[in-house]
Design a protein around this ligand. Structure first.
Ligand code: ATP
Length: 292
C-alpha cells in the first residue's frame, strides 16, 4: 500500500499547553482515517496541521505526491448562504482561479455525485444540515482533490442524513480519494473507516491495522447435547455464554476467528450440534467501543 502523506513526530503547544506530542502516522491512498478523542484532545488541531492551516512546533509532513491536493471542511457549516449551490460553487472556484469552463463541468459532476441535481437552483439557506454539509464537501472538492479533511462531518445530522453522507464518503473512497475525519461518536463510523487514530494524553495511537482480514471474527450460536463435548475445541472457541434449554440441550454463544470458522463448523457438525446463527463481527468495532 502506498502512503500519500507521512506525518512525522508532529508536536504542538498552545500558550505553553501541550496539545500534541510526536504524532506519527501515514495516510494511504483510498483510506478513510477517523481521528477520535475527547473534547479538547487536539483532533481539530491535528486536522489543521495536516491541511497546512496551522503550523506544528516541530516535526514534518512528507507528501509523496508533489501535486497532492488537499480539501478541508471545517466543523462549523455556514448556515445563511443566500446563493444556490451552483452559484456558491462557481464563486468559490473562481476565487481559486478556476475557469468558467472547468467549473461548469466540475459543478455538474459534483451535483450528480452528491445527489443534489434537483436542488441546484434552491438557495443553500433553505437546505437541511446534511445538504449544507454536502455543499461544503463539494467546495473542498472543486479542484481534483486527493485528500479530504473533514472536521466532524456527521455532527448534528439526523440518522438518515448521516447514512446518506456515509454512503457518499464511501463512493469518494471508491473513486480513489483518501479521507481523514474527526468524530465524536465513533459508533457512527463503524462501517466506514479503515483506520482509527485515538488522541489520548497528547499522543496519537493507532488502534487498527489496514489488514482487515486479520481482524475479522464470527459470533457463532449453536445447540449441543452436552458442553463436555466441546472440551477438545476450547483452544479455538471463545465461549461467551452457555445455558441449559428446556429440551435438555445447551445453547452456546462463542466467538471464533474467521479463518477457523470452516474447521469449527465441521467439528461441531460431527458432534451433532444444531447451528443457530453465524454472525460476522469486526474487531475494529469492539476497539471503538472499548475506548469510549
Ligand atoms: N488557536 C488556539 N489558541 C489557543 N488554544 C487553542 C487554539 N486552538 C485550540 N486550542 C486549544 O487546544 C486544545 C485542543 O483543541 P482542538 O480544537 O484541537 O480539540 P478537539 O479535540 O478538536 O476538541 P472538540 O472535540 O471539542 O472539537 C483545546 O484545549 C483548545 O482550547
Amino acid at each position: 500500500m502506498n502512503p500519500i502523506m507521512e506525518i512525522q513526530n508532529i508536536s504542538k503547544q498552545y500558550r505553553g499547553k501541550k496539545i500534541l506530542e510526536n504524532a506519527t502516522f501515514s495516510i494511504y491512498a483510498n483510506q478513510i482515517i477517523a481521528i477520535v478523542g475527547k473534547n479538547g484532545a487536539g483532533k481539530s488541531t491535528l486536522l489543521k496541521i495536516i491541511a497546512k492551516l496551522v503550523d506544528a512546533d516541530s516535526g514534518s509532513i512528507v507528501k509523496h505526491r508533489q501535486s497532492l491536493k488537499i480539501g478541508y471542511v471545517p466543523e462549523v457549516t455556514p448556515s445563511h448562504i443566500l446563493f444556490t449551490p451552483e452559484e456558491y460553487l462557481y464563486h468559490m472556484g473562481r476565487i481559486r482561479g478556476m475557469t468558467t469552463k472547468q467549473l461548469q463541468q466540475k459543478i455538474n459532476e459534483l451535483l450528480e455525485l452528491f445527489h443534489l441535481q434537483e436542488a441546484r437552483n434552491i438557495r443553500i439557506v433553505n437546505f437541511s444540515k446534511g445538504m449544507k454539509q454536502k455543499v461544503m464537501i463539494m467546495q473542498a472538492m472543486l479542484e481534483d482533490t486527493d485528500l479530504l479533511i473533514l472536521d466532524e462531518p456527521l455532527s448534528g445530522l439526523d440518522p438518515k442524513a448521516q447514512s446518506d453522507l456515509e454512503e457518499t464518503l464511501s463512493i469518494l473512497k471508491a473513486k480513489g480519494l483518501s479521507i481523514v475525519l474527526t468524530c465524536h461518536e465513533p459508533k457512527l463510523l463503524q462501517h466506514l473507516v479503515d483506520t482509527v487514530l485515538i488522541i489520548q494524553n497528547n499522543k496519537v495511537n493507532q488502534t487498527d491495522s489496514l489488514h482487515k482480514s486479520h481482524t475479522l471474527k464470527n459470533k457463532l450460536i449453536f445447540e449441543i447435547s452436552s458442553v463436555n463435548l466441546l472440551d477438545d475445541m476450547l483452544p479455538i472457541l471463545e465461549i461467551q455464554q452457555q445455558h441449559l434449554l428446556d429440551n435438555g440441550c445447551y445453547e452456546v454463544i462463542t466467538i471464533i476467528k474467521a479463518e477457523e470458522t470452516d474447521r469449527v463448523l465441521l467439528e461441531l457438525l460431527h458432534k451433532k450440534t444444531s447451528i443457530k446463527q453465524l454472525i460476522p463481527i469486526n474487531e475494529k468495532e469492539e476497539q471503538f467501543y472499548t475506548h469510549f
